[in-house]
Design a protein around this ligand. Sequence first.
Ligand SMILES: NC(=O)c1ccc[n+]([C@@H]2O[C@H](COP(=O)([O-])OP(=O)(O)OC[C@H]3O[C@@H](n4cnc5c(N)ncnc54)[C@H](O)[C@@H]3O)[C@@H](O)[C@H]2O)c1
Length: 245
Amino acid sequence: MVNVLICGIGGKMGGVLLELMHGDGNAKAVCGVDIHAPENIGIPVYKSFGAVKEKVDVIIDFSSPAALSDELKWAVKNGVAVVIGSTGYSEEQLKLIDDTSKSIAIFKTANFSLGVNLLMKLVKTSAEVLGDKFDIEIIEKHHNQKVDAPSGTALMLAQSANANNKEYLYGRDKTAGKRGKEIGIHAVRGGTIVGEHEVMFAGEDEIITLSHSARSKKVFAAGAIKAAIFVAGKPAGKYDMQDII
Ligand SMILES: NC(=O)c1ccc[n+]([C@@H]2O[C@H](COP(=O)([O-])OP(=O)(O)OC[C@H]3O[C@@H](n4cnc5c(N)ncnc54)[C@H](O)[C@@H]3O)[C@@H](O)[C@H]2O)c1
């Protein structure tokens, strides 16, 4: 059994993770960390990592980039692996994650769904086959509480499509002018949309559209639990969905 600490346990993803782990024979939520600690959830919740007393094998993080620094320091000190699901990290924070993966195992992905990871492969192949004659536009849609934009998944899809190191254009307003060779990335926010991603290849007289629609947050939580079971006890290094697909 893998003992899991959920960072961001009071949030939407934290709640779904707890629910799924109740019925899981391989992973058990033993405690949580959250700056807004929920009450009466049956396991201890701390406001900071320094207060954690339980024996933990893996942290699953669906919180905010603000938690990263203390979380990684605590994980290194205690030899604990980390699964990072949060998005919106700065370049500096991404470097901290890379550097820390020399000391502990870190599994990181902006999207835990099998479907999106397949979509990334399809986008890569399509971009290679279609080449520069097709304009690429990425449209992502999420609920009205999402803090970062564009989504981490949209950025992963752009990277998959970007064999030729094209620039990214975020949104398109009147200053954008005529289209060049960029990849356009557009964020839409509203209601309770779980996560929609569409990659459009627009050529002369034909359009190819590849898309993924998440219908519930369970798909991400289930993937993160799989990742936690996979990464527990693994040697230091960086891991992602390609390692478990
Ligand atoms: N990788 C994926 O597949 C995937 C899927 C869904 C969401 N996400 C990402 O996960 C993150 C959380 O999403 P959510 O919808 O659950 O958000 P949410 O706002 O519902 O929950 C975030 C929780 O983190 C807590 N928190 C904020 N700052 C903290 C800190 N410094 N230390 C400890 N706890 C802190 C908040 O109090 C809150 O309870 C976002 O970055 C989102 O983009 C990733």
